[in-house]
Design a protein around this ligand. Sequence first.
Ligand code: AMP
Length: 396
Amino acid sequence: MKFNEFGLDKSLLEGIEFIGFEKTTPVQEQAIPIILNGNDLIASAQTGTGKTAAFLLPIIHKIITSKQDEHIKALIVVPTRELAIQIDQQMEGFSYFTSVSSIAVYGGTDGTSFSREKQALTEGADVVICTPGRMISHLNLGYVKVSELDFLILDEADRMLDMGFYEDIVKIITFLPLQRQTLLFAATMPKEIRTLAQRVLKNPREVNIALSKPVEKVLQVAYVVYNAQKKPLVKYLLRHEKLKSVIIFCSTKISTKELSLELKKSGLAIEAIHSDLNQETREKVLISFKNRELNVLVATDILSRGIDIENIDLIINYDVPNDGEDYIHRIGRTARAEAEGIAITFINEKEQNRFLEIEELLGKPVTKARLPEQFGDSPPYNPRKFKPKKRGYRKH
Ligand code: AMP
């Protein structure tokens, strides 16, 4: 479907053309008319489906056609600072030829940015994209003009609940008018999301976009190893493949730090990204990775959802992720858009049962590659028995 079939404002269509979008993605085709029609929405769509434009475009259109004043019209609540910045960048692109303004409000920056945010919130940016904690700090101070708010968007709501933001979200909502349009986007729909939806949405319409990308497009391989073999194996893979863009996921901040230090020692251009780094450093690292100045990033799951970096050649799961959804999100970083990608997972003996659970969620075993000879023996893959889940991960 073409974007001009929705009846969107001309200045917004110019922005869409400028950005280079030609046809809608399925989530856009389904969600845009629902939002334009004024309905609440609950959408299951992961990053990479085009969900950001699915909510930004109709909202920008509605703001252009509503009365202009100093009140905030839309609040987009997201789990991480990186995602807030990324959505704000898309927002700037789409609204380039319109008069709609936006600001990203997120924690972890210095006092100057707090004052800048305060000013924008006082003068009333049209669209505010925020992380929960920082927004509550501003709301508690009383100057945020949300009394006339028309739209609340909870993006990556499942991730926000995983990160313990349920109470923060509920608190933010206490500041907002009851009469508003609420949109909830989540990659997965666990019970908690349904509960939140019942609490904050009114007669929502539903859109479901299957999590189809990873299995179809990513070549998935696993190495069964002893823990001590992981570091030499990662070095070997990085040395032997000519790769421009690699993300190595670790499950903890500590292993992220340790591994990146170790790899730096062997002369690789590597940086780590985790929540202990300050905002400025995180942004700098991310930009140099996006620009390909930096080829390898060692990261915690902070990067596994929401962040859109194109053309990642290889994902290495240095540790087996905690659950299947995290696995899908991590490997979804590669094979963005139409590109192929590779995801390699290292499984030590303790992680075998956890990996089996992931395979059960995927509905099939992941190919186990043979370790290069110089690494010696590897342990047998011997988790408890494989029992594919009847429903497979698509409907999870
Ligand atoms: P998202 O799922 O919103 O994170 O979007 C994933 C990527 O797809 C982003 O790089 C978008 O710029 C891109 N994208 C979204 N919608 C379209 C579209 N209709 N045509 C081309 N690219 C798109």
